[in-house]
Design a protein around this ligand. Structure first.
Ligand code: PMP
Length: 299
């Protein structure tokens, strides 16, 4: 079945969901996006994703033309049109059609797209056994360059790192910032556990303030861990008791080897395993219902 795509107020079959080659999203990566999940008929952290979309839009001075409520409704409508209960939802807003110059003022109307599909980023086996990852030469953009907190359509910084990961034969790369501190991965945030401390880089390290990052901190706290947002180096990665990544696509996934150094005896650590499990329970009972019958699942 053809997927149904939201395009500027209408739901159309994917074959008809087309935007111009003069769109500055295509020409310059000028635009923003969000990746959102629905689990079990519930759209997870919808308000938080929409808030971040508005923050990205404000930062790049892109007028979304729709209210938060209208965007919420459009997202639900798109998931329903695809009859999905579990979905990966991509909201993409580009600057719109302009001329061949950079000037965004020439673009009069953004293109607003919502795609709802299925996704499985990693094999289930990796959630049980953990990932082997590497740090890569490409540094994460600094917060005063193109701030990684903007979820922009220009992911070349991350893609360069991802190419390096591919060359090294690993599924994800850890990116350092220009000072050599750990920032994040190409599509995920990173956590280490040292004793009873759950540590993740602070936002000024240069990273996307992930929504699953917040959830992992909440769960970690409920397990009695002390949450710390602080800078750390590769040394800390190598000597961590446990390590895991978080992201909308990746969810919570353990890391068991970094740059050839074995973490947590090569198996997902005990806290990480608990966080993976609690995360699964959490997403199945929290969120905005897509269909009326899913209301009762919300706890
Ligand atoms: N960092 C980057 C660079 C990302 O693209 C993402 C989203 N895939 C994340 C972190 C995680 O953010 P979230 O938990 O909101 O998906």
């Amino acid at each position: 079945m053809s997927r149904m795509v939201y395009l500027n107020g209408e739901i159309v079959p994917e074959e008809m969901a087309k935007v111009s080659v003069f769109d500055h999203g295509y020409l310059y990566g000028d635009g923003i996006f969000e990746g959102i999940r629905a689990y079990n008929g519930l759209v997870f952290k919808l308000d938080e994703h929409i808030k971040r979309l508005f923050q990205s839009a404000k930062t790049i001075m892109l007028n979304l033309d729709l209210s938060k409520e209208e965007i919420k409704e459009a997202i639900i409508k798109t998931v329903r049109a695809n009859k999905l209960k579990d979905a990966y939802i991509r909201v993409v807003v580009s600057r719109g059609i302009g001329d061949l110059g950079l000037d965004p003022d020439k673009c009069k109307k953004p293109n607003f797209v919502i795609i709802a599909s299925e996704i499985a980023l990693y094999d289930q086996e990796l959630y049980a056994n953990g990932l082997k990852v590497m740090t890569v030469p490409t540094r994460r953009n600094g917060a005063e360059m193109v701030n990684p907190r903007i979820k922009s359509l220009n992911y070349l910084n991350n893609i360069m790192a991802r190419i390096e990961a591919n060359l090294m034969g690993v599924p994800e790369a850890i990116m350092l910032n220009n000072e050599g501190y750990v920032a994040e991965c190409t599509g995920d945030n990173i956590f280490i556990i040292e004793g009873k401390n759950l540590i993740t880089p602070p936002r000024y390290a240069g990273l996307l303030k992930g929504i699953k990052r917040e959830v992992a901190m909440e769960i970690g706290e409920s397990l009695g861990l002390k949450i710390k947002e602080e800078l750390f180096t590769r040394y800390d990665l190598y000597n961590a008791d446990e390590c895991f990544l978080t992201g909308t696509a990746a969810e919570v996934i353990p890391v068991v080897e970094i740059d050839g150094r074995v973490i947590a005896e090569g198996k997902p650590g005990q806290y990480t395993q608990k966080i993976v499990k609690e995360f699964r329970d959490y997403v199945n009972s929290h969120g905005v219902p897509v269909y009326p019958e899913d209301q009762e699942k919300v706890s």
